[in-house]
Structures are given as C-alpha cells and as structure tokens.
Design a protein around this ligand. Structure first.
Ligand code: EPZ
Length: 417
C-alpha cells in the first residue's frame, strides 16, 4: 500500500501543464467502439481508469497501444458485446460502453457500474434514453441485457442534465437511423469534447455545450484523431493547493473559461487571479476570507468535483463559508478527515458550514474517494507538520503523478510504498 507523506508550510511557485481530462478521455475511449477503424487519442492521461477502459476495449477484441499520453485503438476486429463484471465494477464510466457497444453490434451485456461511492448513482436515465431509440433492455438483479436490431432516432428529454446519460445517448444516436434530439442535455466541456471527437469519426452532431443536442445518425463512420482537453478539475485542485499553502502558480494546458466559477470564488476569498487564452495564474500571499455560499450545480454552475478541494482551500479562511452539495447525496466523506487536521466543519444533510481556523495541523488521514482524497493533499500542503495520506488508489484514478507535479512547484510530498 502506498501513502503520501506531506510536510506543509512551503508556498508553491512555478508553472505547471495540466494533463488531459479523465472525464473526457473515458467517454472518448468508449466512443472508439462505434467505428470499424483506427482512432488516435492524444493527451489521454495514463490513469488507472484509462487502463480499465483499455482493458474493456481489449476484451471486446480491439487492438490498443498506449505510448505516453497517446492511445491508439483499432476497433476493426471487435468481436464481443459483453463487459466482464470485474471491469464494470472498477469505475462508473464503464456504463458509457453500453450505448457504444449497442450502436456497433446491436447487443450489449454488462453488470451495473462501480465507481466512487457518492450516494445512490442510478442509471435509469441512461436506460430510458436508449429505450427511446428502440433498444430492448432486460434489467436483472445481476445486470443488463440490451438488444436493438436497429436503433432509430427519436426525442430524448432528460429529467436531470446527467453527464453520463447524455454521453450514452450521443453514442447510441450516432449509430441510430434518423435524427435524435437530446433535450436538457448536460453542458459540460467534456460533452463538447466528445462531440468534437465524434465529428472526427464522420458523425453529424451539433449543439453540445447547449441544452439541446441534435444527432443525424446512421452516417458511415471511420477512424479519427483527437486531442483531449485539459482537466479542469485537476486544475481546480492545484488552485486549491495554492489557496491552502500560499504562493504564485501558473497553470497551462487548460481552458481558463472552464474554471471561471472556481476562480471567481478564489478571487472573492482574496486570491489574485489572472487568466488568458492558455493560462491561469493564481497568487495567494495574505490571509483568506470566507465567501458567499457555494452551491454545486451542473455546468456552467460550480462543479461538484471541485467542492472538496475548494473546501480544503477555505478551511483557514476567516469567517464561515457555506457549501451546498446538490448533485450527490453523500459527498462529504472528506469532512471527518479534514476535522482530524483541525478544520471546523459542521455538516447537516447537503449543507456544510466551514468556519475558518488559524492553521491546520498534520494527521494521518484516509482518502475515501477521488476528489476527497485530492482535498486532503491540498489541505496538508498548508498544515503544520507532516501528514500521511492513505487510500491513494482513489487519487490515482483521476490524477496522474500528482506528487511529482506538486514537487515541481516546491511542495514537500513523497509517495512511500
Ligand atoms: C460525471 O458522473 C463525472 N464522471 C463525475 O465526476 C461528476 O461528478 C458528475 O458527472 C457530475 O458532474 C465522469 O464523467 C466519468 P451524472 P456521472 O450522471 O455521469 C443522477 C469525478 O470525480 N442520475 O451527471 O455519473 C445522479 O445520481 C467524478 O471525476 C440519476 O438519477 O454524473 C446524480 O445525482 C465523480 N439517474 C446526478 O444525476 C441517471 O441515470 C448527476 O449525475 C444518471 C444520473
């Protein structure tokens, strides 16, 4: 088992290039199944979730090579339409293969997906979207059996702008005959990136980034090539680390517009933020102050994935900041760990009230999920003493070489096996 040891108190400085976005790379890898050709994906971070997606692709009969952050998928000889349970349970995103496999082969079998435990994570919207395109779906206690001799375009209206359900609907709709309209679609930048990739395969799709996506399905697809966008949540995590530890850091490789709800909160707290076409710079020298209530929401609202890291960054902000987590019902598992480090946080249902303390202190803490784990790393960088963070298997799912990146900014962090 590996742990991080982090000695806090050093401010961070320098320039860092942010790696590709996990939540973009995963649906794009699933989308490669749609076409009998070769797709080349650049800026695809070598994360454990990416490795799990590659294992699924290989199980389906695709030939996959990975060189650094470039993944090449040849789906010409795909010859299966099931996903093994152990791979399904590794991550939530495995369910996105459902729409792609069904679109490519007319049949798909898999158990229910795993992933971070953030409260109930049903897939009812995924299934109703696929049923709207003519899929027959048997939901059993152990999993799903889906068939569609041919998918037919139709109108899909999502009751919640679910990221995953939007992605599954887009993939199936590309293979369906006729026009599909997805209303109340998710508007995340990762949805736009998926649309851009599908277009390189020859798909006729538009509207991503807005609430209505239109797909003219049934066009012949071929291989494609794409560069994945920078990871806005990884960028937010590094900004939170600077807020916690102090310093002056410039991030590149990420679109500053994707971070605007987060950078405006940090600016309100007293950080100096400067951004331009390909960079975001954050400087924190003096004390922070509390900010107006932070309510998580679908994009372009405040991202739920940044809630934990930003909370860590505001644990020493003078006054009280209220967080309202509206997306997931159990996304405060980092609070007890931050409290071990001396934070003052009261949770009541979806609301967390963070009252600033002078300084956090070191402790032995455990990451219970991906973003909660990253938050503990950020908090430790500002804390007094040497903190030990366990549960790195969660952090590795979404952050590539986090300790190396932070060391390049002057942090005292080590990965100890
Ligand atoms: C994506 O998860 C991200 N994961 C999550 O990031 C992110 O937190 C989430 O979107 C919200 O932004 C990936 O992209 C791989 P949703 P997803 O479907 O698609 C409910 C991280 O840290 N819902 O938009 O699973 C659901 O329970 C991860 O990188 C249904 O009720 O999220 C939740 O309350 C964690 N029925 C809400 O919608 C459904 O069929 C939003 O979920 C689907 C979702």
């Amino acid at each position: 088992m590996s742990v991080f040891t982090i000695t806090g108190g050093s401010s961070l400085s320098g320039r860092l290039t942010i790696h590709g976005a996990k939540n973009s790379a995963l649906p794009i890898l699933a989308a490669t199944v749609l076409c009998p050709g070769v797709s080349v994906i650049h800026n695809c971070p070598p994360l454990s979730d990416v490795a799990a997606s590659i294992a699924i692709l290989e199980h389906l009969g695709c030939a996959v090579t990975q060189s650094g952050s470039t993944v090449t998928v040849d789906a010409t000889h795909l010859d299966r339409n099931d996903v093994p349970d152990e791979l399904m349970r590794e991550m939530r995103s495995s369910v996105i293969f459902l729409g792609a496999i069904l679109g490519r082969t007319g049949r798909a079998e898999m158990c229910y997906p795993g992933g971070c435990e953030l409260g109930p994570r049903p897939i009812d919207l995924h299934l109703s979207a696929l049923r709207s395109l003519g899929a027959g779906i048997l939901e059993g206690p152990d999993g799903l059996a889906c068939t569609a001799s041919s998918l037919v375009g139709g109108d899909i209206t999502l009751s919640i702008p679910s990221v995953g359900a939007t992605e599954n609907a887009m993939l199936a709709a590309v293979a369906a005959q006729g026009v599909t309209t997805i209303t109340n679609a998710a508007r995340e930048p990762e949805i736009v990136d998926l649309q851009d990739f599908l277009r390189t395969l020859g798909a006729h799709i538009s509207g991503a980034g807005s609430s209505v996506i239109t797909v003219e399905g049934g066009h012949p697809l071929h291989g494609g090539e794409h560069i994945v966008i920078g990871d806005r949540i990884v960028a937010c995590t590094h900004l939170a680390a600077v807020a916690a530890a102090g310093g002056d850091v410039e991030l590149t490789g990420v679109d500053y517009r994707h971070l605007s709800t987060v950078t405006s909160v940090l600016a309100e707290a007293g950080c100096h933020v400067k951004s331009g076409n390909d960079f975001v710079r954050l400087r924190r020298s003096g004390p922070l102050t509390c900010v107006r209530p932070i309510r998580t929401a679908p994009y372009p609202g405040f991202p739920t994935d940044a809630q934990a890291p930003i909370m860590a960054g505001l644990c020493t902000a003078r006054g009280a900041t209220v967080f309202v987590e509206t997306i997931f019902s159990s996304r405060y598992r980092h609070v007890d760990e931050l409290t071990r480090m001396g934070a003052q946080i009261r949770v009541e249902g979806q609301v967390a009230i963070v009252t600033g303390v002078e300084r956090l202190h070191a402790a032995r803490v455990v990451a219970h999920d991906l973003r909660g784990g990253a938050a503990l790393v950020a908090a430790a960088l500002g804390a007094e003493g040497t903190t030990v963070v366990e549960g790195l298997q969660h952090i590795d799912r979404g952050y590539y070489d986090l300790d190396g990146a932070l060391r390049s900014l002057g942090a005292y962090i080590e990965r100890i096996d």
